[in-house]
Design a protein around this ligand. Structure first.
Ligand code: HEC
Ligand code: HEC
Length: 213
């Protein structure tokens, strides 16, 4: 009795061990499979290494893998989902990916080196820097640096990199949070509700010019 129970426990432990081993590669994502998906499907808009050259298509290189998986999951939610993110172009692509594909493609893009954008609007630089570092205290807008990091590199795993991203894309996201087509972050929605268009443009341009080593 005792012996067979012990044997059973050993067998169960072995089975659990096998299961964990079998699931590990897909849990972390397979970057080789991700590279294949990236070059076949995503490259047209994001470039095969995630350094898109079109300002409406975000750069994915160097972004946290967990954040990328979350976005692909949220973009694939049905229209009207309370915690979803809607985009006429990207939602359709996100829906075609399995969970394992999302992890693999995220592992590939997160491992690529970012070729960052430049800040362009010198007139707004001071306002942008002030909002980024100190927030807008009179409107209870917190400093972006608190969650996105002093150099914009993000604080892994779920605070994304915004440093070096296209300012046009960053502004589009702030407006999407404010106007409700992106509903996947309560803190970002609350922040965006309190910001004007000129404040959004200024801080996005500043973030685009941020560099992390
Ligand atoms: C036809 C162009 C197009 C293709 C192809 C495409 N995307 Fe996108 N992608 C976009 C656009 C446009 C956005 C910005 C959506 C928005 O404004 O919310 C985007 C956004 C994203 C985001 C959100 C990034 C962020 O910073 O939040 C991820 C992740 C993403 N795409 C991954 C992929 C992957 C993976 C593939 C390939 C399977 C892919 N995309 C294929 C156009 C495309
Ligand atoms: C309390 C933490 C917090 C603060 C403060 C904060 N953010 Fe965010 N931000 C987030 C989180 C979390 C996300 C990712 C949301 C998600 O999961 O989709 C995000 C996402 C974003 C995105 C979308 C990035 C992308 O690739 O699509 C932009 C743009 C952004 N934040 C700008 C800002 C700006 C500008 C400020 C300062 C005015 C700011 N954030 C302050 C937490 C914060």
């Amino acid at each position: 009795m005792e012996i067979s129970r012990a044997a059973g426990a050993v067998a169960a432990a072995w089975l659990i061990g096998q299961g964990a081993a079998a699931e590990q590669p897909s849990a972390a994502g397979d970057p080789a499979k991700g590279q294949q998906i990236a070059s076949q499907v995503c490259a047209a808009c994001h470039a095969a290494d995630g350094n898109s050259t079109v300002a409406t298509n975000p750069r994915l290189a160097g972004q946290s893998a967990e954040y990328l998986v979350k976005q692909l999951t949220d973009l694939a939610k049905p229209a009207g989902d309370k915690s979803g993110r809607e985009n006429p172009v990207m939602s359709a692509f996100a829906m075609t990916l399995s969970d394992a594909d999302r992890r693999s493609v995220a592992a590939w893009f997160s491992a690529q080196a970012l070729k960052p954008s430049l800040a362009r609007d010198k007139d707004a630089a001071e306002l942008g820097q002030r909002i980024y570092r100190a927030g807008i205290p009179e409107k209870a807008v917190p400093a972006c640096a608190g969650c996105h990091g002093p150099t914009g590199a993000g604080l892994p795993v779920l605070y994304p990199r915004i440093g070096g991203q296209f300012s046009e894309y960053l502004v589009a996201q702030l407006k999407a949070f404010r106007e409700g087509s992106r509903r996947n972050s309560v803190p970002m929605q609350q922040i965006a509700f309190r910001m004007t268009d000129p404040e959004m443009s200024a801080v996005a341009d500043f973030a685009a010019g941020l560099r992390s080593k």
